[in-house]
Design a protein around this ligand. Structure first.
Ligand SMILES: NC(=O)c1ccc[n+]([C@@H]2O[C@H](COP(=O)([O-])OP(=O)(O)OC[C@H]3O[C@@H](n4cnc5c(N)ncnc54)[C@H](OP(=O)(O)O)[C@@H]3O)[C@@H](O)[C@H]2O)c1
Length: 239
């Protein structure tokens, strides 16, 4: 069966790594026209080398002017996916708020900058997928700002699904997977953390990035889903 995404234009901010890159790979295979944005030129070049049909462009979505420049050449699009976010952590009593602020600046304001530029050029039938995380749903010491930023995304899509209908807005809450974010978060203990955390889940392993990409594609393709958060976490939320 041919995907409705064939020949549609999808912008993926964060598409040079991890879940974003896996999503780009799936969209490319389905015949979508994919425009990838992120900050690091080398990672963009590597994505382009792997999938030559991609259009790649640098953007820092925490910076409104940079986001405006990125979208200036996008005349029309069908869908926007934003996976990009920073995850600074630290216990509130011991941490300067300036260290934690990038969580909100990237995930919440970054997504809002992108949505504001994408919506005016979105074709009828368009949709947006924003990324949340498990911190929105369970308490982890040191993750207050990650939790607040992910929770903000889950509430944001409910409101924007009404305010900007018929554009569909959904959030994806992924489980943990072995990506640069996971490795950076656990540092020297990443392998040990991956093994321990994976074993604690009902499905006994971390997510594959392709499993998260598959869920993004579902949210883009299914024309009756809006205002929802799709949780794809190997059962973490029910333990
Ligand atoms: N991996 C996990 O275990 C896990 C679990 C739960 C939730 N999540 C969430 O899933 C999302 C994706 O995670 P991931 O594991 O795929 O991370 P990743 O592999 O580090 O990918 C993040 C992507 O976003 C880009 N990016 C970051 N900040 C940006 C900015 N300000 N402007 C533009 N691009 C930016 C990065 O490229 P540049 O650095 O070159 O800009 C990269 O392409 C994140 O929101 C994360 O919090 C991940």
């Amino acid at each position: 069966m041919t995907s409705v995404l064939k020949e549609q234009t999808v912008v993926v901010i964060g598409g040079s790594s991890g879940f974003g890159l896996a999503t780009v790979e799936m969209l490319d295979a389905l015949g979508a026209r994919v425009i990838v944005g992120s900050r690091n030129e080398n990672r963009l070049a590597a994505a382009k080398a792997a999938f030559p049909a991609l259009v790649t462009r640098q953007v820092d979505i925490t910076d409104r002017a940079s986001t405006e420049r990125f979208f200036a050449d996008v005349e029309m699009l069908d869908h926007l996916v934003v996976t990009a976010a920073e995850l600074p952590s630290g216990r509130l009593a011991e941490t300067n708020l300036d260290k934690l602020r990038p969580a909100i600046e990237s995930r919440l304001f970054g997504s809002l900058h992108a949505v504001q530029r994408a919506v005016p050029v979105m074709r009828t039938g368009g949709s947006v997928v924003l990324f949340s995380g498990q911190a929105a749903r369970k308490g982890f010491p040191g993750e207050s700002m990650g939790a607040a930023s992910c929770g903000a995304i889950e509430s944001l899509v409910r409101t924007l699904a009404v305010e900007l209908a018929p554009i569909r807005f959904n959030a994806l809450c992924p489980g943990s997977a072995w990506t640069p974010v996971f490795r950076a978060f656990f540092g020297d203990h990443a392998e040990e953390a991956a093994e321990k955390f994976g074993a604690s889940l009902p499905l006994k392993r971390l997510a594959r990035t392709s499993e998260i990409a598959h869920a993004v594609v579902f949210l883009l393709e299914n024309t009756y889903v809006t205002g929802s958060t799709l949780v794809v976490d190997g059962g973490f939320g029910v333990t």
